[in-house]
Design a binder for this molecule. Structure first.
Ligand SMILES: *Cc1c(COP(=O)(O)O)cnc(C)c1O
Length: 221
C-alpha cells in the first residue's frame, strides 16, 4: 500500500535529513493525488508536457522537480512553476533558464548533472567537463539561476560496491565545488542521487534528495 511505503521511506530518510522526491512519471494524476493525500509534496517528472499537464490539475503547493533531460526550447514552459531542475548539463541550458526566469521575475534552483556511471550516457557532464564549466565563471553572471548542488545516476548493476563508488564520486564532486565556489553559500547543499533500487546506498554516501518512483507507485506499464 502506498501509504505504508511512504511512511517507511520517510522513516528511513529521517536520520539522514534527506528528502523524498516521488517520481511520478507515467502515472496518472489520480495516483499523485493519492500520494498527496499521504502528505507527499515533492514530485519528479521527466517530460515537460506531462509535468505541465499534471501541474494544472494538482494542488498549488506541490513542488515540481524536473528530473529529465531538458531541451532549451522547452524551458519556458516549466519556468513559471518548477521548484528544482535536477539535470542541467550545459552552459547554454543555464543561460536559457536564466533568461526565462528573469522574464518571470524568478530565481530558479538547479542541479548540475554529473556523469558517474560506467555505462555510456548521452547526458550529464563528466567531472572534468563540470570543472571546466565552473572554472569558466560565466555562470556567476546568471543571477536568475541558483546552482544548489549536483545530481547523478549510478550504473544499472547488482554490484553494490560499484554503485557505492559512483555515489562516493558524486559526493566528492559536490565537496570540491562547495570548497572552491560555494564555501559561503548555505544554499549549495543538495546531492540528488538514489532511485528505487539503490537509494539506501545513496543515503549512506550523503544523498540529500532521493528520487524514488516504482517503489512507491508500482512497476510502470
Ligand atoms: C525514472 C527515474 C527515477 C526513478 O526511478 P525508479 O526506479 O522508478 O525509482 C529517478 N531518477 C530519474 C532521473 C528517473 O528518470
Amino acid at each position: 500500500m502506498m501509504q505504508t511505503t511512504l511512511a517507511q521511506l520517510s522513516a528511513e530518510l529521517a536520520p539522514y535529513r534527506a528528502q523524498l522526491v516521488a517520481v511520478s512519471k507515467t502515472y496518472p494524476p489520480e495516483r499523485l493525488m493519492e500520494a498527496y493525500a499521504c502528505g507527499q509534496r515533492d514530485f519528479g517528472e521527466n517530460k515537460v508536457q506531462e509535468m505541465v499537464d499534471k501541474a494544472a490539475v494538482l494542488p498549488d503547493d506541490v513542488r515540481w522537480h524536473f528530473i529529465g533531460h531538458l531541451q532549451t526550447n522547452k524551458v519556458k514552459q516549466i519556468v513559471p512553476f518548477v521548484h528544482l531542475i535536477h539535470a542541467v548539463d550545459s552552459l547554454k541550458l543555464l543561460e536559457e533558464i536564466h533568461k526565462r526566469a528573469e522574464a518571470h521575475g524568478r530565481v530558479i534552483d538547479v542541479l548540475l548533472q554529473c556523469k558517474i556511471a560506467a555505462e555510456e550516457s548521452k547526458f550529464g557532464l563528466a567531472p572534468a567537463e563540470l570543472d571546466q564549466l565552473m572554472a569558466g565563471g560565466h555562470w556567476v553572471a546568471l543571477t536568475h539561476v541558483r546552482i544548489v548542488g549536483v545530481m547523478g545516476m549510478a550504473t544499472f548493476t547488482d554490484d553494490e560496491a560499484q554503485i557505492t563508488r559512483e555515489f562516493a564520486t558524486l559526493r566528492a564532486v559536490f565537496e570540491g565545488m562547495k570548497h572552491r565556489y560555494f564555501a559561503d553559500s548555505p544554499h549549495f547543499r543538495e546531492i540528488s542521487m538514489g532511485m528505487s533500487a539503490d537509494y539506501a546506498l545513496a543515503l549512506a554516501q550523503g544523498s540529500t534528495l532521493v528520487r524514488v518512483g516504482s517503489l512507491i507507485f508500482g512497476q510502470r506499464g
